[in-house]
Ligand binder design. Structure first.
Ligand code: LZ1
Length: 493
């Protein structure tokens, strides 16, 4: 027999074996929620549009209900859809679904020791430390609010330099959130022309672009073959390595100038924590985890906030009546002669509602950040084995048509009551919920409020198109949604 025949026979046997294993329930499929029948090896990937997975999952939920199973490649993934199922999975079963699955790719990028991809004790301690530090405990004299205000001031100066001529805001609105992270972790911000800063942003952007591509979403289903393929993900590893070596350099500088009684930033706080735990052999607070955590803060805190600002300004251009009301409120509560601060927010319900509505409407991270079961779980009447992936559809809450009538319409009224006060909603979970909810939520909300109010305090936004002609449909919906490119003029008021 020649090699070809052996190969074909071998593959056929493997195919039949996998088919039998899946259909007989031996593939741990036993009591998983219902779902479309998976093909061997590729699972249900033919039924999923990787250019907008959220839409495919919503369509599947119409057939299979609020809790169902899809196979992304060989891996079963439980999907929860709608308020009840999402709250049950993320809050009531918060501990059990608090894991992150770690692909060989993630392992090789030194990201397991940080916040986003860590598990178990490491995750608990890194999360606790980051939450505390980002809440301003121990960050020294300058509060996070002050750091954002400083950046907002510089952002406005930079926008002034456009002289009211048409510009694409992508670059500038990318610098500001990245610089806030720099200020928090490295103590200082950079000039927007600083070569080191530009390199850092370029590498972050490139990695974001690759990891958000539909191909990458497909590859995620086949982690073990990925490393044998040439291509972009190698570039991603190189970028991470470069960013990490820069972070390590900064950590060394910090170690040389550390004053235990005067922590300047996140890195100082961590070094102090390391010092306190130096006799603990089992301490999770090691340098590699600091590097990974700082890297995580950049990954999570740059493109997300930047895309929200970009998409937000685009929505404000499309809805000049909303912009006018926000600017009226800014004029009457803050005026022109001082910087907006977080205290103003409680006196600015319309602006607050508008920021909520921007986040609701754009639905930045439609499928949450995927979780994994840390143990065998009984969920409703199903048995979900340890290691099963979990996707919670945040779209299904943010665009719920009972909670937010006309969910596809941009309307700050979704967050206002009859007397014009802010109306909170339990469905508003753009940062997810439960034990693994976003560590940067407070930071992100502060940035969105301060950046948007500071911009609108200083400029009239002028569109190049009629509002009706402005296209607001995302150009990509992978892990996060990306708004279309556009231009506008910032006219000083
Ligand atoms: C995240 C983000 C991006 C990737 C992983 C986790 N949290 C943004 N916030």
């Amino acid at each position: 027999m020649d090699a070809f025949v052996v190969l074909v026979l071998g593959l056929s046997c493997l195919f039949l074996f996998l088919l039998w294993r899946q259909s007989s329930g031996m593939g741990k499929r036993g009591r998983l929620p219902p779902g479309p029948t998976p093909l061997p090896i590729i699972g249900n990937i033919l039924q999923i549009d990787f250019k907008d997975m959220s839409k495919s999952l919503i369509n599947l939920s119409k057939v299979y209900g609020p809790v169902f199973t899809v196979h992304l490649g060989m891996k079963p993934t439980v999907v929860v859809h709608g308020y009840k199922a999402v709250k049950e999975a993320l809050e009531e079963c918060g501990d059990e679904f608090s894991g992150r699955s770690v692909s060989p790719f993630i392992e090789r990028s030194n990201k397991c020791g940080g916040i986003i991809f860590s598990n178990g004790k490491k995750w608990k301690e890194m999360r606790r430390f980051s939450l505390m530090t980002l809440r301003n405990f121990g960050m020294g004299k300058r509060s996070i609010e002050e750091r954002i205000q400083e950046e907002a001031f510089c952002l406005v100066e930079e926008l002034r330099r456009t002289n009211g001529s048409p510009c694409d805001p992508t670059f500038i609105l990318g610098c500001a959130p990245c610089n806030v992270i720099c200020s928090i972790v490295f103590q200082h911000r950079f000039d927007y022309k600083d070569q080191i800063f530009l390199k850092l942003m370029e590498k972050l952007n490139e990695n974001f672009g690759v990891s958000n591509s539909p191909w990458m979403q497909i590859f995620r289903a086949f982690p073990s073959i990925m490393k044998h393929l040439p291509g972009n993900h190698k570039k991603v590893l190189k970028n991470f390595a470069d960013i990490n070596s820069y972070i390590l350099e900064k950590i060394k500088e910090h170690q040389e100038t550390l004053d235990i009684n005067n922590p300047r930033d996140f890195i100082d706080c961590y070094l102090i924590k390391m010092e306190q735990e130096k006799h603990n052999q089992m301490s999770e607070f090691v340098i590699e985890s600091l590097v990974a955590s700082v890297n995580d803060l950049f990954v999570a805190g740059t493109e997300t906030t930047s895309a929200t600002l970009r998409h937000g300004l685009l929505l404000l251009l499309k809805h000049p009546e909303v912009t006018a009301k926000v600017q009226e409120e800014i004029e009457s509560v803050i005026g022109r002669h001082r910087s907006p601060c977080m205290q103003d927010k409680s006196c600015m319900p319309y602006t607050d509602a508008t920021v909520h509505e921007i986040q609701r409407f754009i639905d930045l991270i439609p499928n949450n950040v995927p979780r994994v079961a840390t143990c065998d779980i009984r969920f409703r009447d199903y048995h979900i084995p340890k290691g099963t992936n979990l996707i919670a559809s945040l779209t299904s809450l943010l665009h719920d048509s009972k909670e937010f009538p006309n969910p596809e319409k941009f309307d700050p009224g979704h967050f206002l009551d009859e007397s014009g006060h802010l109306k909170k909603s339990d469905f508003f979970l753009p940062f997810s919920t439960g034990k693994r909810a976003c560590v940067g939520e407070g930071l992100a909300r502060m940035e969105l409020f301060l950046f948007l109010t500071t911009i609108l305090q200083n400029f009239k936004l002028k569109s190049l198109l009629d509002p009706e002609d402005i296209d607001i449909v995302p150009v990509a919906s992978g892990f996060t949604r990306v708004p279309p490119l556009y231009q506008l003029c910032f006219i000083p008021v």
